[in-house]
Design a protein around this ligand. Structure first.
Ligand code: NAP
Length: 262
């Protein structure tokens, strides 16, 4: 039996793309290959030219600048999605941010401002985006976000970002329950360490990345393409019946304590 994923006629909005290394882009590549039409949210004007180049080879794509924490800009994004697509089948949330200071010292010293920023940008925007998307979502639509294992175990320096990811995972379950009646699915992908702009800004990320490669079951880190493929599964009909879940794509890193010989 052969299975092919055809997303021709389906529409997707990917929130949070900086460049070709972004996990949002890795997911979009899979959706585009399967024939979907894709719109993108990016945060800063300085990225426009690069994103235009990245999306130019793909007819039917569009990009829109906006801050996901700004309700008016979020409303404008979904208005654009309505104009471009009419309805939406897939929503990808690939956004996270914590102030650098909150990831350098002790978790104990997290300020209320840094706490609010990290949770607002990295977790609440999933909820607000889902709410804005609701009127556009077709029955059977699918929402996917990106999380990290620091939500479950202490990872040095992740600090308030670990808490934000725990909130994102819990929000995934509550959203899945709210959307359940229409069989709209909400899941989050827990990715292993990947070299992206956001990751490089985390103190000690290089060491974490190298350790990940040594200690995982596969003896390497997962790739952004593998994240894209899991997202394709969850966003397409292949993932029907799966909702409210945190699914790992980390080459078997989170299952290991210490690997023999490392
Ligand atoms: P990335 O390329 O830097 O993507 C993160 C994106 O979030 C950037 O485009 C960033 O825009 C955007 N963003 C931040 N605040 C925003 C806001 N208020 N409004 C709109 N966009 C905003 O890095 P990435 O690693 O692919 O991150 C994507 C997701 O994967 C994040 O949720 C991250 O936590 C998760 N993740 C990453 C890893 C990893 O090792 N890389 C592992 C597990 C999970 P700017 O560039 O303008 O700041």
């Amino acid at each position: 039996m052969s299975v092919s994923i055809d997303l021709t006629g389906k529409t997707a909005l990917v929130m949070g793309v900086t460049n070709s290394r972004s996990l949002g882009w890795a997911i979009a590549e899979q959706l585009l290959k399967a024939g979907a039409r894709v719109g993108f949210l990016y945060q800063s004007e300085r990225l426009r030219a690069d994103l235009e180049k990245l999306t130019a080879p793909h007819p039917g794509t569009w990009i829109q600048e906006g801050d996901a924490t700004n309700e008016a800009q979020l409303a404008a994004l979904f208005e654009r999605a309505k104009t471009e697509f009419g309805t939406l089948d897939m929503l990808v949330h690939s956004i996270a941010f914590a102030p650098r200071g909150a990831m350098e010292g002790r978790f104990l010293d997290t300020t209320p401002e840094d706490w609010n920023t990290a949770l607002s940008v990295s977790a609440y925007t999933l909820v607000s985006a889902a709410r804005h998307a609701e009127p556009l979502l077709n029955p059977g639509a699918s929402i996917v976000s990106l999380t990290y294992h620091a939500s479950q175990q202490v990872v040095p320096k992740y600090n308030v970002m670990g808490v934000a990811k725990a909130a994102l995972e819990a929000a995934t379950r509550y959203l899945a329950a709210d959307f359940g009646e229409r069989e709209i699915r909400v899941n989050t992908i827990s990715a292993g360490p990947m070299r992206t702009v956001a990751a490089r800004s985390i103190p000690g990320f290089g060491t974490l990345y190298d350790k990940g490669a040594r200690n995982s079951a596969f003896g390497r880190n997962a790739t952004s393409e593998e994240v894209g493929k899991l997202a394709l599964f969850l966003l397409s009909d292949l993932g029907s019946g799966v909702t409210g879940q945190t699914m790992y794509v980390d080459a078997g890193l989170s299952i290991m304590t210490v690997k023999e010989g490392t």
